[in-house]
Design a protein around this ligand. Structure first.
Ligand code: GRF
Length: 218
């Protein structure tokens, strides 16, 4: 790689299987990013162990030690910014964010959400997709704005819903696609093919009118 890799901080709350996929992708010859720190709001998040196994710096900012959401976020910002990231990647980070936090990282923070946004923002997306008798489901990777799960979408991946699917099977299928999609989206940003301008996601210098589709990229 000619230029230095994009510094990435990953923020998690739990298992960190998406974090693992992002770590593993660093072995790819075209990988243009480097995870420099992993931060969790939960001290026992398994993702912290995944990072430590790969000699990635970790930190815990435990939200239960703060009375106000904003003071928690200030502490989180300090920890993130000390690692000087070019991109912040939320990967299963289960806290509602205020405009203080989203504004600070506008245009340089991704989230992954397990639905085909704008369908099913918020929680329990797999159950809600089944209840709505959807024929397909999936995931969305988006720039984070002040609107919950509402920022410009950069990449989606789709899975079919079969009549015998349940929450577990659907979650498994979506997770598998997440692990393929998230490293690709982060790498496109690192390669400066994706960016954020005028409240929009842009791809190869042009506003992205429709989200990229994983099946067209692999
Ligand atoms: C993923 O399903 C992601 O879409 C959602 O939280 C889950 C995190 O899973 N935001 P993991 O911790 O990466 O395994």
């Amino acid at each position: 790689m000619s230029s230095s890799p994009l510094r990435v901080v990953v923020v998690i709350s739990g298992n960190g299987s998406n974090l693992q996929a992002l770590i593993d992708y660093q072995q790819q010859p075209d990988c243009a990013y480097q995870i420099v720190k992993v931060i969790s709001n939960r001290p026992n998040a398994f993702g912290l162990q995944r990072a430590q196994q790969h000699d990635i710096a970790t930190a815990v900012v435990d939200h239960t030690e703060f009375n106000e959401r904003e003071t928690f976020e200030q502490a989180l910002i300090q920890h993130i910014d000390s690692a000087k990231p070019g991109l912040v990647v939320l990967a299963g980070f289960m806290r509602i964010l205020t405009p203080l936090f989203t504004g600070h990282y506008l245009g340089r923070m991704f989230n992954i959400h397990p639905s085909l946004l704008p369908k099913f923002p918020g929680l329990n997306t797999h159950q809600r997709a089944l209840d709505a008798h959807e024929h397909e489901h999936g995931l969305s990777i988006h720039f984070v704005t002040a609107e919950l799960d509402g920022g410009p979408i950069v990449l989606q991946a789709r899975v079919k819903i079969h009549p015998n699917d349940n929450v577990e099977t659907l979650q498994h299928k979506v997770h598998q696609q997440e692990h393929l999609a998230y490293p690709i989206a982060v790498n496109l940003f690192a390669q400066q093919k994706l960016h954020f301008a005028n409240q929009q996601a842009c791809y190869l210098g042009q506003p992205l009118l429709q989200p990229l589709q994983l099946e067209e990229l692999v």
